[in-house]
Design a protein around this ligand. Structure first.
Ligand SMILES: Cc1ncc(C[n+]2csc(CCOP(=O)(O)OP(=O)(O)O)c2C)c(N)n1
Ligand SMILES: [Mg+2]
Length: 305
């Protein structure tokens, strides 16, 4: 969680100072979800994530150096610096990809779960998504198919209370995201997403069940994003008092309070690791402009698709 926090703080600073191109969505305040869930996953388990996916990628084993290089448009980045923050992927670490399209990672994780089931080695897939994706048709299609085929997938909704500028109360008809599990006959639960232990326990149960052939589950983690929807968001849609209230329940402080001994050294080490990642990435060459069409499918006639 400290590594996620420090990665996001470093990225936000780069954005504020004009050194980071593109758009940036950070997950400060939501670290317990990524860490709690990924702590019960194996290296060969699979995840998909969203436009706010740095935390999930780090927790699943993504390399901060290659992630930072990607954010900074460097050729040493995960996608050669051509894609930026919203398309981090590392198949070797089981990260099938972040995704800029709301909801689009869910069916990709479903495919991963289908493949894992066919392989028969107890692999599990996790789809991370925001509550904004719950109103997308593909969320329901994926729950239906996962339940029907009893696939080893855990749907993890990170409910951070806002869908861009829209509060969840005027976005979703159901009272709770977890309520969407019942129609598909799968377990659905809601946890305090800022309590790392609670998230880990709930994920452990759902993942173990999926691993043993018990099928999918839906886990709703209640959390809050401290920063705006994107870096630079003026945030006119919410009160500073509301933000302050959630900040008072900082998931890192809550976890630290439950651990023996000092945790400051962990924070310092994470800060150093991310500062080193920034320094190394900034020294790397920018993606070459003529690499823009690399890995783009080309028809025999030469047209790009
Ligand atoms: C299909 C689609 N519709 C709209 C958008 C624009 N968009 C980007 S992020 C976002 C809100 C997502 O909210 P949520 O799923 O709750 O994730 P959060 O940003 O809170 O992490 C929207 C509407 C998009 N990227 N894709
Ligand atoms: Mg949200």
């Amino acid at each position: 969680m400290a590594r996620i926090r420090q990665f996001e703080v470093a990225a936000a600073k780069l954005m504020a100072s004009g050194r980071l191109p593109g758009t940036l969505h950070v997950s400060i305040g939501q670290e317990a979800v990524a860490a709690g869930v990924c702590d019960v996953l194996r290296r060969d388990d699979l995840i998909t994530t969203t436009h706010r996916g740095h935390g999930h990628c780090l927790a699943k084993g993504g390399e901060p150096r290659a992630m930072m290089a990607e954010l900074l448009g460097r050729s040493t980045g995960y996608c050669g610096g051509r894609s930026g923050s919203m398309h981090i992927a590392d198949p070797a670490a089981g990260i099938l990809g972040a995704n800029a399209i709301v909801g689009a990672g869910i069916p990709i994780a479903l495919g991963g779960a289908f493949a894992a089931a066919r392989k028969g080695r107890g692999g599990v897939a996790v789809a991370f998504f925001g509550e904004g994706a719950v109103a997308q048709g593909v969320f329901h299609e994926s729950l239906n198919l996962a339940a029907l085929w009893k696939l080893p997938i855990v749907f993890v909704c990170e409910n951070n209370q806002y869908v861009e500028l829209t509060p969840v109360s005027v976005h979703l008809a159901a009272k709770h995201v977890a309520d969407h599990a019942a129609p598909y006959g799968i377990p659905g639960s809601q946890v305090d997403g800022n309590d790392a232990h609670a998230v880990r326990d709930a994920a452990d149960e759902a993942v173990a069940r999926a691993r043993e052939g018990g099928g999918p589950a839906l886990l709703e983690c209640l959390t809050y994003r401290w920063h705006g929807h994107f870096e630079g968001d003026p945030q006119k849609y919410r009160d500073a008092a509301e933000v302050a209230e959630w900040k008072a329940g900082d998931p890192l402080n809550r976890l630290a309070a439950s651990l023996p001994g000092e945790t400051e050294a962990i924070d310092d080490e994470a800060r150093r690791e991310m500062a080193d990642a920034v320094t190394a990435a900034e020294a790397d060459p920018l993606a070459a402009p003529d690499s823009v069409t690399a890995h783009v499918y080309r028809l025999p006639g030469g047209a790009l698709r």
